[in-house]
Design a protein around this ligand. Structure first.
Ligand SMILES: Cc1cc2nc3c(=O)[nH]c(=O)nc-3n(C[C@H](O)[C@H](O)[C@H](O)COP(=O)(O)O)c2cc1C
Length: 157
């Protein structure tokens, strides 16, 4: 992929405010992903989303303007609150180049990312680090892509 001089990465986390049964929440997360994929693809944003233990974590990467404009919409969204931007900085390369918005909430690592926070009542921002969250999300993505490639191979064997 050619280098992108205006590439930025934003990492935030937030608390879920979606009420209802686990099925209602899952349906809303699906709706968020569908909207995100449609809108992000139009403006060259890629990234990934984790949802577990009542928290979201998201990475957005792309040119500075669209990342800012998208984040402004996300900030106004009442489906979450206590939004903490943990990192917003220039990046050398995309961490999720093939996903307009990947969902990592199904993996065990994604589930455990916030396990310690979900169990406590307060929002312990001090224990959240944007680079750490990015690195864990990247590792999950690499694993999931390898697993998907494996499934594809065995289907064609
Ligand atoms: C956790 C979470 C993540 C979201 N991620 C994105 C995203 O990556 N891209 C996006 O366009 N909208 C995202 N949204 C949805 C926006 O908040 C907003 O609803 C959507 O962009 C449509 O904008 P509008 O409501 O102003 O029409 C997200 C919402 C939530 C709650």
């Amino acid at each position: 992929m050619p280098p992108e001089p205006d590439l930025y990465r934003l990492v935030y986390c937030s608390r879920n405010r979606i009420l209802g049964s686990p099925q209602d929440v899952a349906a809303q997360v699906e709706a968020i992903l569908a909207t995100s994929r449609r809108l992000n693809a139009r403006v060259g944003i890629t990234g990934a989303l984790v949802f577990n233990a009542g928290m979201f974590a998201q990475v957005l990467e792309g040119a500075r303007d669209p990342v800012e404009v998208t984040m402004e919409r996300i900030l106004r969204d009442e489906r979450h609150g206590n939004i903490q931007v943990l990192a917003f900085e220039r990046a050398e390369a995309r961490g999720f180049p093939s996903w307009s918005m990947g969902y990592l909430g199904r993996s065990a690592e994604g589930q455990s990312l916030f396990a310690h926070i979900g169990e406590s009542t307060g929002f312990e921002a001090a224990r959240l680090d944007g680079e750490h969250i990015f690195n864990v999300m990247r590792a999950i993505a690499v694993e999931e892509e390898a697993a998907a490639a494996g499934r594809l191979q065995s289907r064609h064997a």
